[in-house]
Design a protein around this ligand. Structure first.
Ligand code: ADP
Ligand code: MG
Length: 537
């Protein structure tokens, strides 16, 4: 945090060129985000946001931070002027939320802006106004307690086409509220107040201990959601993780309660959400979404925040380590009271032929070196006095998850091979997923509305009946990007063509041994009288 008012300077050209700049102002919520970030960078302990008409008509952000010196006010609203970053070297270790020096200028370009500010050592505040990028250069005195007050009126007044893209005030307000909640989650030590159309929406008191933190989480996410959650507080050498994960039973049909923050910055991150999702294993069915809010602290040099125009994405230097740390921490938190997926008994096979085990096993023609596959699914082998049963589909599913995960970690291109016969998929809901699927090595071409053809598949995949795979994909109801790996792995496991040779089955057992956590094994001793196995295989 910047604790004292620093000089604002124009960034040197070479630094400007290295900053992943872009259009940051899409809607009122993006303005609120930038302004609140500035307040936090200024060391504010209290931030108040007032919106009118969903923020389209008016946004006012007031803070008690370090303020901007009068002489610096014109620079503050000039593009690429910042007090936060001086050297390109510092781009690799950014401690502030802002650093590009363009938020105020970008906002001022598309609205009417009034900035009033007073550093603590200044006897009174000064203000500057900018309308649609045109500064009314004159500074005038204003009345304000130490800190900064920024007022934005008539968003996109000078850009009617963009104004038409805004949604109803209520929708825009909900976006503002979400941004506020994200900020409040990332910065528990700051008091946040949100006022909507003159009515207080919420005030969140600073959290100083576990109790007040829990109260804040309740206020932010709702008692119902947090009630059953496991809180997390993990400190490891290169990462600290705090927050909570909801239990599997609290999973929702929407992914609307998922917050991830890295170094005080809310991010969308495939790698992290993937890690959290995997921590639940099978406990959450496809189509349901876990609830969580996690805040990570990683040493600055190990994370690059300068990769996205709105800084909503980050890049980790050691993605695999971060992924595994999050997976392990969430997993541990969840296990504290939840039965781990791997410890649940294998579903009991039903119907079919009756086999006796124990001493009479030889009667079934199995000898010690034998492995058998029953019902295209259950891997059965002799083990000492009894037998060992493993779910072959589960092995395949985990193996696929693992290789999809490798794709996420490396983000490199996946080797693909063409299908001899492209397979049709009829599913309107998959149209938007063509790109993320291709990225995972499943290449579709669009045949028509809701009609796709699978043309290429990853080289490294188990033997799959792609015709069956595509017909299963056609039946999928709904899937979002975050669920993609799980859905693919489930579908592939269902369309997997099992090997029928002892060699193939042994390979499968070998794979099972490499999967962590180990694939569920059920051992039945000699005293087990009998087991029903459906033997179509
Ligand atoms: P950036 O945050 O990337 O530096 P901005 O355009 O958001 O760029 O802000 C420009 C400068 O204005 C900041 O570097 C900071 O010095 C000053 N500033 C903006 N908002 C505040 C605030 N609320 N309190 C103190 N200084 C501020
Ligand atoms: Mg900023």
């Amino acid at each position: 945090m910047v604790e004292a008012a620093h000089e604002i300077r124009l960034l040197p050209d070479h630094v400007i060129n290295q900053i992943a700049a872009g259009e940051v102002i899409e809607r009122p919520a993006s303005i609120v985000k930038e302004l609140v970030e500035n307040s936090l960078d200024a060391g504010a302990r209290q931030v108040t946001v007032e919106v009118t008409g969903g923020g389209i008509d008016r946004i006012v952000v007031t803070d008690d931070g370090c303020g901007i010196e009068s002489a610096q006010l014109p620079l503050a609203v000039t593009r690429h002027c910042t007090s936060k970053l001086i050297d390109a070297d510092q781009l690799s270790d950014i401690a502030t939320l802002g650093f590009r020096g363009e938020a105020l200028a970008s906002i001022a370009a598309v609205a009417r802006m009034r900035v009033q500010s007073r550093p603590a050592d200044q006897p009174h505040a000064m203000e500057i106004t900018v309308n649609g990028g045109v500064a009314g250069q004159r500074l005038v005195p204003a009345t304000l307690t130490p800190g900064t007050r920024i007022e934005i009126n008539d968003l996109f007044f000078n850009a009617p086409p963009r104004r038409r893209f805004l949604k109803r005030p209520l929708t825009e307000y909900l976006h503002v509220e979400k941004v506020m909640k994200q900020m409040a989650f990332c910065h528990p030590q700051v008091r946040f107040t949100l006022i909507n159309d003159d009515k207080p929406a919420f005030t969140l008191l600073p959290a100083t201990d576990d109790k007040s933190l829990a109260r804040r989480f309740n206020a932010l996410f709702g008692k119902g959601v947090v009630h059953e959650a496991r809180t997390l507080s993990v400190v490891a050498p290169d990462i600290a993780i705090t927050g909570w994960v909801g239990t599997a039973s609290a999973a929702r049909s929407q992914n609307d309660v998922q917050f991830l923050a890295v170094n005080g910055r809310v991010v969308r991150d495939r790698l992290l959400s993937h890690a959290v999702r995997m921590a639940y294993g099978d406990a959450i069915p496809v189509g349901r979404h876990p609830c969580y809010a996690l805040s990570l602290s990683v040493p600055g040099p190990l994370v690059d925040v300068n990769v996205h125009p709105t800084k909503a994405e980050v890049r980790f230097r050691e993605p695999r380590q971060i992924h595994d740390a999050v997976l392990a921490s969430c997993n541990r938190a969840l296990q504290e009271n939840v039965t781990p997926a791997a410890a649940q008994p294998v579903a009991e096979p039903r119907g079919g032929a009756r086999y006796r085990f124990g001493r009479s096993i030889d009667a079934n023609g199995m000898d010690a070196a034998d492995i058998r596959l029953f019902d295209q699914r259950w891997l059965v082998e002799l083990a000492g006095d009894g037998i060992r049963i493993r779910d072959a589909r589960e092995i395949i599913r985990r193996q696929v998850m693992q290789s999809l995960w490798a794709v996420v970690a490396d983000a490199g291109p996946v080797a693909m091979r063409p299908l001899l016969i492209p397979q049709p998929v009829r599913n309107k809901r998959l149209a938007g997923l063509v790109e993320p699927l291709a990225w995972r090595g499943f290449d579709f071409s669009q045949l028509g509305p809701g009609q796709l053809a699978l043309r290429r598949v990853p080289v490294r995949m188990p033997t799959i009946d792609y015709k069956l795979f595509c017909s299963l994909l056609s039946q999928i109801d709904d899937v979002c990007e975050a669920e993609m790996d799980t859905v693919l792995a489930d579908t592939i496991a269902a369309a997997w063509r099992p090997p029928d040779t002892p060699g193939g089955l042994r390979t499968l057992l070998g794979i099972a041994a490499t999967l962590a956590p180990p694939v569920a094994v059920t051992e039945l001793g000699a005293d087990w009288p009998e087991l029903l196995i459906n033997d179509h295989g």
